[in-house]
Design a protein around this ligand. Structure first.
Ligand code: ADP
Ligand code: ZN
Ligand code: MG
Length: 483
């Protein structure tokens, strides 16, 4: 990016709430039902049908407000935001306008260089989703109204974000928080979390913000980062060429890696917001807020700090564990099953997760909560090699069998005779043999090519089917070479 300029970014994030029923009727929010079966006169907008607010939605948004240090408004109201869309049969969306239930919050993000930054949260409000037009199933456009009335919260940030990287971190934080609160799956690819990015650029040091463009259709974390980067550069190029940035809504094209104009910006007055006459005001008492505070779980940042102090693992490891609540749960469960609960083993557990477990998850493209690992067996396996009873090579080798057959690693090791040999005299005999078999390698070593030692250690390990304690092998080979 051209250093003359600075980017200014504000994000609008929609999160689909995991309530059992819709925002204003008792239809199920279940995903994957036959099209148009989860509907009723209220969510379809039949004249005369009356909405009733789902209390769980208010519980959830209060929790989100508390998690992001927002003020909670004691009395807030709903408004109608008017649209004409085939997938919005009511002709309007019930939303909140002047008096969102949560406002004036903040979120602290940690950047890759470990510095911290606070992003202001302007507001968080409740609204309902629209249905879905389906263009690719038939020659005609079809419509599925199951999603009409599914509850959303919209989290609007202050224009405090200054780079694509910061936007990514902010969004990742939001995702982690909604998942920890259990109010949203956080899945961007499935549309449960959606993000629109407002982007402008200005000369570094300038006080006034530039004209912003709003980019939509960002359906993955990678796309958010790439689209913001593209848009920043596009706007800088316009300014450098002496032009003016247009205030408009742009669409990210993930295939072409570019944003393109969708429509010129619409303004609040275009929606003809007016108070929703069919719903009463939302009254949130102090005792309601109190009871929600009591239900607040440990949030990602606090959990990261606790993992660092309780298990003495590096901040890097802790950050990876807490990124996914289920992974952190899994980490703590394996640790709880260790016989020897010490720092060394705790670190082995995080190493094992960061390498073996995450590899399996990414190969299978699943989350840790979708796989049934036996945490006791994993703890046993880690202790086997941590105590030098097997080599880490063998631990990795038997791991697939352990998970596919559900066998205990101790049984596998016993059955196959894989217990590590730590008896120096047994190892020494093989070391002597390997040295005798490789006179030219010894010559090379003496001539200064010390890296041949790895070859000799490898030969010994091979002779002993990987069962020799590698540290003892290394020590013995070294002693002979340096004699
Ligand atoms: P609008 O009236 O166009 O919807 P809002 O003031 O409601 O604009 O802001 C929408 C989002 O855009 C917020 O996240 C806000 O932080 C962000 N935003 C506002 N002005 C700018 C700007 N000049 N550059 C980048 N983002 C901005
Ligand atoms: Zn309904
Ligand atoms: Mg706005």
């Amino acid at each position: 990016m051209n250093q003359k300029y600075e980017a200014v970014i504000g994000l609008e994030v929609h999160a689909q709430m995991l309530t059992k029923t819709k925002a204003f009727c008792t239809c199920t929010t279940e995903y994957g039902s036959l099209p148009n079966t989860n509907t009723c006169p209220t969510c379809l907008g039949h004249p005369g049908a009356l909405p009733v607010l789902n209390k769980s939605l208010v519980d959830y948004i209060i929790k989100m407000g508390l998690a992001t240090n927002c003020k909670i408004r004691p009395i807030s109201t709903f408004s109608r935001k008017n649209y004409f869309y085939p997938d919005l049969t009511k002709g309007y969306q019930i939303s909140q306008f002047e008096d969102p239930i949560c406002y004036d919050g903040k979120l602290e993000i940690e950047l890759d260089d470990n510095s911290k930054k606070t992003i202001g949260i302007t507001r968080i409000h409740m609204e309902e989703d629209a249905g879905k037009s389906i263009h690719d199933l038939d020659i005609d456009t079809l419509v599925d109204l199951n999603r009409c009335g599914v509850p959303l919260i919209e989290i609007v940030s202050e224009p405090d974000i200054r780079s694509a990287h910061e936007a990514y971190k902010y969004l990742m934080n939001i995702k982690q928080i909604v998942m920890y609160l259990g109010i949203c799956t956080g899945n961007m690819e499935e549309g449960a979390l959606r993000c629109d990015a407002n982007i402008s650029v200005r000369l570094r040091g300038a006080e006034k913000f530039g004209t912003k463009a709003e980019v939509k259709n960002l359906n993955s974390f990678r796309n958010v980062e790439k689209a913001i980067e593209f848009e920043i550069n596009r706007q800088i190029q316009i300014l450098e060429d002496g032009g003016r940035v247009a205030q408009e809504t742009r669409l990210w094209d993930g295939a072409k890696h570019e944003t393109r104009s969708m429509r010129s910006k619409e303004f609040a007055h275009d929606y003809r917001y007016f108070p929703e006459p069919d719903l009463v005001k939302v009254n949130v008492s102090d005792s309601w807020i109190d009871s929600m505070s009591k239900e607040m779980p440990e949030l990602p940042y606090a959990r990261k700090q606790r993992l660092i102090s309780q298990y003495s693992i590096p901040a890097y490891d802790a950050a990876i564990m807490v990124e996914d609540k289920y992974l952190a749960d899994f980490y703590e469960e394996v640790c709880s099953k260790l016989v020897n609960k010490n720092e060394r083993n705790y670190k082995h557990v995080s190493n094992w997760i960061m390498t073996e477990i995450l590899r399996i998850l990414s190969d299978k493209n699943v989350g840790i909560n979708e796989v049934n690992f036996n945490t006791l067996h994993i703890a046993e396996l880690i202790e086997l090699f941590s105590e030098d009873l097997i080599s880490s090579r063998i631990a990795k080798d038997i791991f697939p069998e352990m998970i596919s057959d559900g066998k205990s690693p101790k049984d596998i090791v016993k059955e196959k005779g894989l217990i590590q040999v730590s008896d120096s005299s047994a190892i020494d005999a093989i070391v002597q043999k390997v040295i005798a078999d490789n006179p030219d390698t010894i010559e090379k070593y003496k001539a200064g090519k010390t890296n041949v030692m790895g070859f000799l250690v490898g030969q010994v390990m091979k002779e002993m089917q990987g069962k020799a304690n590698p540290k003892i092998v290394t020590d013995l080979v070294k002693a002979i070479l340096e004699a």
